[in-house]
Design a protein around this ligand. Structure first.
Ligand code: NAD
Length: 510
């Protein structure tokens, strides 16, 4: 088993060093420390936990430029994207949850089906305990810190295993956590590779929150079944981008190019399937050509629109998909090749006349490539969009909001935008997650908090009677219960156990 991982800079190709892999016994020890720290963290109460977590935000302020530069060097993304897609997430989500968590996590009264006086019921929440988080390399900061914050707010402690592909960002995360001075072992970060992740799933955690590929997600779920613990899987995507005849075409073209090339296309929500109705297909493809040609690619010091890719093997996948598409008859209208002698730069690529059997249509490409397919009409667009292993995000482009909503509601995926792209994930109030091969579960929004909590139901009686009407003895109660069942079926007023309720009322004085 490897004891270290190495890294080269995606921008320059220079070696950046090596980093330790946390061994299984150290993973288990971290989980036990997290378990010991959890009750005190929970006992602080929501208000004080939110105050403590706010220090993550304030600690970020002085470090924004430094962190943006290091994340950029680690991933290849331009510093402006490090700010927008990574660092902004901390104050954005903390602000949102500061305002919404007290209500979302509050114990709330629940009506009783048979309104007997003296009885009350509530539903509340309690933290699961120790949450294991495993994150990928494409948004190594954001996809680590948002689930961690969400779990911590509810009173859980966290052990995070970030991706070995982005070790500089792991250091950034550790520095931020240290600067926030949270109580010891409440939020621990364990660097390492897949073996560390596997050890975390097998350790004594209470839930695993995994973001990564479908292949690894399957392994995580299998391992989690052994204990068993709840599993949340945020996996791959193949965003369908549907262009209707009445679409605002220029906006759609610019949206497709940004949504497909942002983060060099290495996004689970990246535009990866552009479906255009026949009536506007040729016009739209030529607009895409125009927009793609204006995208500037390069290292951070050239203030580019698009940076380098992050993970060397990902370039091979991109290359394979583009070649396969061209061999099968697609038209390569831009890009399709690496750029520069150094670093992981790939040209913004536009491939038209794609067909569904091509790898570029069926598999996740995770690179700066825009595949376009011609469809007869909206019905075919919806059918093709849904005919896929993945179901994470999609968008619909039309000037008719009703049509947009109708199409949105017929798509099998977790999030749909109308005349917009990507930004749904940046709205902390909106639940995020996929269906089918894109995963199981939701986070962000209220679900982002409650998915790390167990529900707890409480029922109470004021204790004024020595027994309830439903308890022993049963003699004489058959008819009354029959009448209750019939009343439920007929939706008519419920007959009450008269003797019991009269007794309760007289004790309550009413
Ligand atoms: P990956 O599955 O290779 O790795 C993800 C994480 O799992 C890494 O930290 C890795 O070390 C760890 N890991 C590897 N083997 C493991 C094992 N056996 N047990 C436990 N952990 C293990 O994914 P990646 O290449 O880092 O990320 C890219 C993938 O992530 C893409 O498919 C992308 O679509 C997906 N993704 C999904 C979302 C989402 O929110 N749905 C967001 C970003 C990325």
């Amino acid at each position: 088993m490897a004891t270290h991982t190495t890294k080269t800079c995606p921008v320059t190709g220079d070696p950046l060093g090596d980093w330790p892999v946390t061994a299984a016994e150290d993973v288990r020890a971290a989980v036990e420390r997290a378990r010991a720290a959890q009750p005190a963290w929970n006992d602080l109460g929501l208000e004080r936990r939110l105050e403590r977590l706010d220090r993550l935000s304030t600690a970020l302020r002085d470090r924004l430029d430094d962190f943006a530069e290091r994340i950029s060097r680690d991933t290849g993304k331009p510093p402006v994207e490090a700010l927008a897609t990574e660092l902004l997430s901390v104050p954005l989500f903390l602000d949102h949850y500061r305002r919404t968590a007290p209500d979302v996590l509050a114990r709330k009264p629940v009506p009783n089906p048979i309104p007997l006086p003296g009885k009350r019921a509530w539903a509340g929440w309690f933290p699961m305990g120790v949450i294991g988080i495993i994150s990928p390399w494409n948004f190594p900061f954001q996809l680590s810190i948002i689930p961690a914050i969400s779990a911590l707010i509810g009173g859980n402690t966290v052990v995070l295993k970030p991706s070995e592909v982005t070790p500089l960002t792991t250091e950034v995360l550790q520095e931020l956590v240290d600067a926030a001075a949270l109580p010891d072992h409440v939020f621990q970060i364990i660097p390492g590779d897949g073996s560390t992740g596997a050890a975390l799933v097998e350790a004594n955690i209470d839930k695993i929150f995994f973001t990564g590929s479908l292949a690894t997600g399957r392994k995580v779920m299998r391992a989690a079944a052994e204990r068993p613990i709840p599993v949340e899987l945020e996996l791959g995507g193949k965003d369908a981008f549907i262009v209707c005849e009445d679409a605002p075409l220029r906006r759609a073209a610019r949206g497709a190019v940004w949504g497909g090339l942002l983060n060099a296309g290495q996004m689970c929500i990246s535009v990866e399937r552009i479906l255009v109705v026949d009536a506007v297909y040729d016009r739209f493809v030529s607009m895409l050509e125009d927009e793609v040609s204006q995208v500037r690619v390069g290292p951070p010091d050239e203030s580019p629109d698009m940076g380098a890719m992050t993970f060397p093997p990902q370039l091979d996948t991109v290359d394979r998909h583009v070649k396969d598409a061209v061999e099968r008859g697609a038209r390569l209208l831009a890009g399709g090749r690496r750029l520069r002698d150094r670093g992981l730069f790939y040209a913004p690529t536009l491939v038209a006349d794609v067909t569904p059997e091509m790898a570029i249509w069926r598999e996740e490409t995770f690179g700066p490539v825009l595949p376009v397919i011609r469809v007869r009409d909206e019905a075919e667009a919806i059918a093709r969009a849904n005919d896929h292993e993945f179901g994470l995000t999609a968008s619909v482009w039309t000037r008719d909001q009703e049509r947009g909503l109708r199409i949105a509601e017929s798509l099998h995926c977790g999030q749909v935008m109308i005349n917009d792209v990507v930004l749904g994930v940046g709205n902390p109030a909106l639940p995020f997650g996929g269906v089918k091969g894109s995963g199981i579960g939701r986070y962000h929004g209220p679900e982002g908090l409650t998915s790390f909590m167990h529900r707890r139901a409480i029922m109470a009686d004021r204790g004024l009677l020595s027994a309830d009407p439903t308890w022993y003895p049963y003699a004489g109660k058959y008819e009354a219960l029959r009448a209750i069942i019939e009343a439920f079926i007929d939706r008519s007023p419920l007959p009450l156990f008269k003797a019991g309720t009269d007794a309760i009322r007289s004790r309550l004085g009413g």
